[in-house]
Write a protein that binds this ligand. Structure first.
Ligand code: NAD
Length: 313
């Protein structure tokens, strides 16, 4: 029997690719409800879906920040049935916290954390009743390891990790699985959107030295990381599809083998000093050598750290 999959945030990036891949599954294992906040942006998804459109893929409006929108979307689904929920919708935020308003910070949590919680709350009673289901959430390596100038975004992903880790225990009793996908940098509109916003900002409230570290040290380093270690949305979507197809999915999946050693620093030293100092050195002391460091990491990890990460077959 076909599984009903609901994916949030499908107008672009990973969500779009995942919805299409699932809908085009050769064995037709899935019926995908691909959702987006603004239906005026559905052209790209419709084009990518091709023949699957209105067969194994239907498009619905859904804003994860609105109770009404979530209820309306679920009511439009056959028997309100969701076998697999994919919480993919998310927003990024970078910059010195002094220049971000509390309201802007709260918006990140409203989408990345409470948006996913709202979705889970909405599908949970039925999943429990049926004693089956899979809740998949697009977290990030930043849900495991904080990154400079991504303070609030990382916190929102940490929050999701804590929430899912807690819930996973209870839900195991109901045969409902919980999985977190933890990509490293992914080359989607995500980075571009952030750069656009940053380009417009004057960083009110932040001192000149901090703004200089952000613009002249962090931004080039971040760009470098995206270029050397970045994955395509398609790669992350394939890894996620693999997890959705598993009979006994785990709680956590990192998708980027090149990034696993950076996360592993944290587990190698529970005091936190090793990771804080390594990231500090990478950023502030290896400045001109950053490119080299990244390539070295890439080189070492290519050979040694393949285990642990899901690699799409
Ligand atoms: P993206 O910006 O292309 O996709 C995010 C999608 O979420 C967009 O389509 C956006 O419209 C949608 N969205 C935002 N607010 C929404 C709301 N209130 N309701 C419904 N949809 C909403 O970027 P992406 O890289 O494909 O991001 C997908 C997920 O992957 C996010 O959760 C992001 O945090 C995570 N992620 C991204 C990266 C990266 O480097 N791009 C890395 C790790 C994790």
């Amino acid at each position: 029997e076909q599984k009903a999959v609901l994916v949030t945030g499908c107008s672009s990036g990973i969500g779009l690719r995942l919805a299409v891949l699932l809908a085009q599954d050769a064995k037709k294992r899935y019926h995908v409800t691909a959702t987006m906040r603004d239906l005026r942006k559905k052209d790209k998804l419709e084009q990518a879906a091709g023949d699957a459109l209105n067969k194994t893929l239907s498009i619905q409006r859904l804003d994860v920040c609105s109770d009404e929108s979530v209820a309306e979307c679920l009511n439009n689904m056959k028997d309100r049935r969701v076998d697999v929920l994919v919480n993919n919708a998310g927003v990024g935020q970078i910059g010195p916290i002094e220049s971000l308003s509390m309201q802007d910070m709260q918006k990140v949590f409203e989408t990345n954390f409470f948006g996913a919680v709202r979705m889970i709350k909405a599908v949970l009673p039925d999943m429990k009743k049926r004693k089956s289901g899979h809740i998949v959430t697009m977290s990030s390596v930043m849900g495991l390891q904080g990154i400079v100038f991504n303070d609030v975004y990382a916190a929102s992903k940490f929050a999701m990790e804590g929430f899912c880790e807690s819930l996973a225990v209870q839900l195991l009793k109901f045969n409902v699985n919980v999985s977190l996908i933890e990509p490293g940098p992914v080359n989607t509109e995500f980075e571009m959107k952030l750069m656009e916003e940053v380009g417009k900002s004057q960083f009110p409230g932040a001192d000149a030295e901090t703004v200089r570290y952000f613009k002249e040290v962090y931004l080039p380093a971040s760009h470098e990381i995206f270029t050397t270690l970045g994955q395509s949305p398609d790669t992350v979507a394939k890894a996620t599809m693999q997890v959705i197809g598993m009979r006994l999915p785990r709680l956590r999946y990192q998708t980027n083998a090149l990034y696993t050693p950076l996360v592993a620093l944290k587990y190698a030293d529970e005091s936190g000093s090793l990771s804080v100092r390594t990231f500090y050195n990478l950023l502030f002391n290896f400045g001109p050598l950053f490119h080299l460091s990244m390539n070295l990491i890439k080189c070492i990890t290519c050979n040694c750290f393949r285990r642990g990460a899901v690699s799409p077959s």
